[in-house]
Design a protein around this ligand. Structure first.
Ligand SMILES: Cc1ncc(COP(=O)(O)O)c(C=O)c1O
Length: 341
């Protein structure tokens, strides 16, 4: 089977496993694992933050950020379709006891007039907004890249309104690699988390970044959530291998782009097919039945696709999809999306 459900399905490579074998270990709860310490420092420097904290998942990085930045009853601004609000099992309500306030967005980019008006309103009748959250790349719209200029605008807005700017950067390196000058997020954001376990190809782990005070508090919350770890150089070394080889992600963009450009568009089961410049292709259908037919047809051709919603199917390209398979994938898509198939 060719598994295109997600970039989380990637398996550790031989080189990654060899790097694990050579790693040094210590007890990370005593801050004595040299591989973890070095990873945190390397990642903080890379993006211009003061410090880093190795956490188990993207969800943990996002939710610890909310725990540090907010008190119960406060609000967090997010796009209507964000991961932090919609796909984290209600963790923000459960842990931080905050509520989300949606602001209109297009491809993960806020309408700045509506955002400013929403913040103004909150000073009169609504609970106070403490965090402005953004997601890059933006999953729900197909892995869209949020331009760095927009991040700078959000930084200005959050600073002038006594708010914290948090970036859910689960797949941020896909965005940065298309604009290498946009790497110093630390100059603009209060916290950022990204995943080693998606396109970067590690089996587990995310990095949470911020200033020293933020990371000290985040470490406390990580412990409270059961995320304190011991000789985790074993996974930090895999994460180190993944981040040092991040340039490889561009190959996944090329794979997705090649397939997208080869898809037949006339007389198809889907209404729309989109590619937003990173590693995903989204197919939108006007009915759930058509989406399921397409997914089922693909499965007959040994391709596994993922659902993003009942009428939206995604194909995610990653390191374990070899270039030699791309023609086969195109043929399968064209067969599966034909109304006669
Ligand atoms: C945009 C985004 N944020 C956060 C996460 C959470 O990451 P994890 O699965 O490591 O908890 C994901 C996972 O798919 C994601 O796509």
């Amino acid at each position: 089977m060719i598994d295109l459900r997600s970039d989380t399905v990637t398996k550790p490579s031989k080189d990654m496993l060899n790097q694990i074998l050579e790693a040094e270990f210590g007890d990370d709860e005593y801050k004595e694992d040299p591989t973890v310490n070095s990873l945190e420092e390397y990642c903080a420097n890379l993006m211009g933050f003061e410090a880093g904290l190795f956490v188990t998942s993207g969800l943990m990085g996002n939710q610890i950020s909310l725990l540090v930045h907010t008190d119960p009853g406060q609000e967090v601004v997010t796009t209507q379709d964000s991961h932090i609000k919609n796909y984290e099992h209600g963790a923000a309500a459960f842990l931080s006891r905050i509520q989300f306030r949606d602001v209109d967005s297009h491809n993960g980019v806020y309408d700045l007039d509506i955002l400013s008006e929403t913040i103004k309103q909150s000073k009169i009748h609504k609970p106070s907004i403490k965090v402005l959250a953004t997601e890059n790349t933006h999953l729900a719209t197909g892995g869209s890249i949020v331009p760095f200029e927009h991040i700078k605008n959000l930084s200005n807005i959050s600073k002038s309104n006594d708010m914290k700017l948090h970036v859910d950067g689960a797949r941020i390196w896909h965005a940065i690699l298309t604009d290498p000058a946009s790497v110093k997020y630390g100059e603009y954001c209060d916290s950022l988390t990204y995943c080693f376990s998606k396109g970067l190809g590690a089996p587990i782990g995310s990095m949470l970044l911020g200033d020293h005070d933020f990371i000290d508090e985040a470490r406390e919350f990580r412990k409270k959530l059961g995320g304190g770890m011991r000789q985790v150089g074993i996974i930090a070394s895999a994460a180190r291998y993944a981040i040092e080889n991040r340039d490889r992600l561009i190959e996944d963009h090329h794979k997705a782009e090649f397939v997208f450009n080869s898809i037949a568009n006339e007389d198809r089961l889907f209404d729309e097919v989109t590619y937003k410049g990173t590693n995903m292709i989204f197919f939108k259908f006007d009915t759930e039945v058509k989406a399921e037919t397409f997914r089922h047809n693909l499965e007959d051709k040994k391709i596994v696709a993922g659902f993003i919603k009942k009428e939206v199917i995604r194909l995610v390209f990653h390191k374990d999809i070899e270039n030699e398979k791309l023609e086969e994938i195109v043929t399968a898509i064209n067969y599966s999306s034909s109304p006669e198939s």
